[in-house]
Design a protein around this ligand. Structure first.
Ligand code: ADP
Ligand code: MG
Length: 265
């Protein structure tokens, strides 16, 4: 994937707080009882920051992301996006899953244009934005393809282009590359990093993969097993782009894995 122009908007221009997670906790209650998914958790995320949420399955990572997305209500606490208290989904935040969840009846370009169409943006503008993003994610020439004609990696690229089309301030990614093979995932990491660096967007990225967290994050927040809470925070100062096999990255991953194992106790 190539990006013709390296935008200079990056992180420093839009400094400030993108997200403030204030004592957010979640207990699910049902007929069979209550499950505390997330202990009250507080995190500040700077504008333009790439933060990874790392923890074992069931520790409440997806729950926290859904609350930030406004799809799930917190039991306690609140999320501020910019200055606004989150009370539902908004154009400023987009959630991306492992399953790309594209519309099979729309071609690639119309999938990317979907949010723009909902916003009532004119045809020419929609087409121009979709074209630019599809080129950026390496899918120039696939505009008229349908979802079933694409590989898993390509579908995820379309999903990323669709998420970016409306230019959200915050990108919420829930194990987006979990279903991809190792080589495709490596390439997706590199491409996501390039897109993020060019856009200045804030990313909250959920993973249970230690190396993935270190490869991508400015900061990694480590969760304990359920009920989840943040037990460790790691700032990753390694230069970018990072390769999963870099020695410094591998060493850091080993240390972080030890932290995770201790959190299991
Ligand atoms: P993770 O994404 O870290 O794997 P989740 O946030 O999906 O964890 O889930 C955390 C806990 O909350 C799990 O025990 C899960 O079963 C429970 N949980 C998640 N969503 C619901 C729900 N809608 N109703 C009841 N329990 C839920
Ligand atoms: Mg999850």
């Amino acid at each position: 994937m190539t990006i013709a122009i390296a935008h200079q908007t990056k992180t420093n221009e839009r400094r400030g707080l993108a997200l403030r997670i204030e004592g957010v906790g979640k207990t699910f209650t049902s007929a069979v009882g209550a499950v505390e998914a997330l202990r009250p958790t507080s995190v500040d995320v700077a504008a333009g920051e790439f933060v990874c949420l790392l923890g074992p399955s069931g520790c409440g990572k997806s729950t926290l992301l859904s609350i930030v997305a406004g799809l799930e209500a917190a039991t306690v606490g609140q999320v501020l996006a910019g200055q606004q208290s989150v009370s539902g989904p908004g154009n400023d935040r987009v959630l991306l899953f492992q399953d790309a969840a594209l519309f099979p009846w729309l071609d690639v370009q119309r999938n990317v244009e979907f949010g723009l169409r909902q916003q009532g943006r004119p045809h020419a503008e929609r087409a121009e934005i979709a074209q630019r993003l599809l080129t950026q994610v390496g899918l120039g020439g696939f505009e008229r393809h349908f979802v079933h004609q694409l590989s898993g990696g390509m579908r995820q690229r379309v999903a990323i282009a669709r998420a970016l089309a409306t230019n959200p301030r915050v990108l919420l990614m829930d194990e987006p590359f979990g279903a991809l093979d190792a080589l495709t995932r490596d390439q997706m990491h590199a491409d996501l990093e390039t897109l993020w660096a060019a856009s200045g967007q804030t990313v909250l990225f959920v993973t249970h993969n230690v190396r993935e967290a270190i490869a991508l994050g400015d900061r990694v927040l480590v969760f304990s097993p359920r009920p989840g809470r943040i037990v460790h925070e790691l700032r990753v100062a390694l230069p970018r782009p990072r390769a999963l096999e870099d020695h410094a990255l591998v060493d850091m991953a080993a240390e972080l894995l030890a932290v995770l194992r201790r959190a299991e106790l």
